[in-house]
Design a protein around this ligand. Structure first.
Ligand SMILES: *Cc1c(COP(=O)(O)O)cnc(C)c1O
Length: 376
């Protein structure tokens, strides 16, 4: 098996893997499981600085994105899709799928969404039921200022939907301060549980809007209303992925116990950027680097696949290329959650240096040493 250094899925700690192997009960019939599920969700709310109710849904991160759009959108609703990346743009597909009328606010991939320009745009048009925005758009690694963006949208009475699947637990998220109505996360990024679960945090306001729909939600699996009052009714819409949730609960405890987690991401991300540029490589972004991933331009004359395949064959390390409009242009080094560790990153950077040398790139300095030096 490769050492996985991609921007998710991430490495999973042994205590999470062990929790997933525990004996299971019937999650539909055992009242104890409802308490366990609710307690796990309450910890999630605490971690995101909110009393908004959290939900854990049985499906990978994308299910959360679709569920937010499916449950909020009624045919003809105007929805503002704020985008400067692949996942940002992808929201438009979900909105249209459920009959929404998409208006896009698009900006350059190389930097964060410009908040002043967004404000100017809203001055001329703010008649939207909700808006979507991505915190860390992983294919390019850009980090958007969700606090400023969502606070601004809230001033115009627009509900906010934020995909922080690749941001949360590696970057600070404060739901209350940022006025986020629907926050979306996934198990397999900085939380460092295996893929399989979506987490959603939903404000009372958003829940009321969902409940007051005039038309039924055109989905069962992606209908959040099916989770409403699950605890009071002792009823989930479908059998919960109990082993995955056992694992998630321990991954949450790991994060709660790790007081250094955000600073660690910041230190490692900074040192990685320093090392990569010192070696003569270029970062894709001009500004707005997320602390969860470093996105490096593929040097002239080399193919992304050559780098990725050599890293696998010679060093047994798995890194990522990118996709959609970013395909072929960059390689991505994931340092989120359990991957944001000095040992793992030192090994990764040493291997990347050797790989690039082998492929003919004049590596200007040993990247692992530049990385360690920056951490001092
Ligand atoms: C990973 C990720 C998701 C979930 O989708 P995947 O199928 O795991 O790619 C959603 N949004 C963002 C920004 C992500 O990085």
């Amino acid at each position: 098996m490769y050492q996985t250094m991609t921007p998710g899925p991430t490495n999973v700690r042994e205590n999470v893997r062990m929790a997933r192997s525990l004996p299971t009960t019937n999650p539909d019939l055992d009242e104890g499981f409802f308490d366990f599920y609710r307690e796990t969700c309450r910890k999630l709310s605490r971690l995101m600085h909110t009393e908004n109710q959290a939900y854990i849904l049985g499906g990978e991160g994308i299910l959360g994105l679709e569920t937010a759009c499916a449950t909020l959108t009624e045919p003809g609703d105007r929805v503002l899709v704020i985008e400067n990346g692949v996942f940002g743009r992808g929201f438009a597909d979900f909105v249209r799928m459920y009959g929404g009328d998409v208006v896009e606010f698009s900006s350059a991939l190389e930097r964060p969404v410009p908040v002043a320009e967004l404000k100017a745009f809203l001055e001329s048009d703010s008649d939207f039921k909700y808006a979507t925005v991505v915190h860390c758009d992983t294919p390019s690694g850009v980090l958007n200022d969700i606090q400023s963006i969502c606070t601004l949208l809230a001033e115009y009475g627009i509900l906010t939907v934020v995909d922080s699947v690749a941001g949360m637990f590696g970057e600070y998220v404060n739901v209350n301060k940022s006025h986020i109505d629907v926050l979306l996360g996934g198990s397999q990024k900085a939380l460092s549980a295996p893929p399989g679960l979506t987490m959603m945090w939903v404000s009372n306001h958003a829940m009321t809007v969902m409940e007051n729909r005039k038309t039924p939600v055109a989905s069962f699996y992606a209908n959040l209303l099916n989770f409403k009052d699950y605890y009071e009714h002792k009823e989930f819409p479908y059998t919960m992925s109990i082993s995955d949730i056992y694992g998630l609960n321990v991954a949450i405890d790991n994060v709660l116990a790790d007081k250094d987690i955000l600073d660690r991401h910041a230190r490692i991300a900074h040192a990685t950027r320093v090392a990569v540029t010192a070696a003569g490589l270029s970062l894709f972004l001009e500004s707005g680097h997320s602390n969860t991933v470093t996105v490096v331009v593929v040097p002239e004359g080399i193919k992304d696949e050559e780098i990725i395949e050599t890293m696998k064959a010679d060093h047994n390390i798995l890194i990522a290329g990118s996709f959609d409009v970013m395909a072929g242009k960059v390689i991505r080094l994931g340092h989120m959650g359990e991957n944001a560790r000095v040992d793992a990153m030192t090994g990764l950077l040493a291997a990347l240096g050797e790989t690039l040398k082998k492929l003919g790139f004049p590596v200007a300095c040993p990247m692992d040493q530049a990385f360690l030096k920056d951490l001092l």
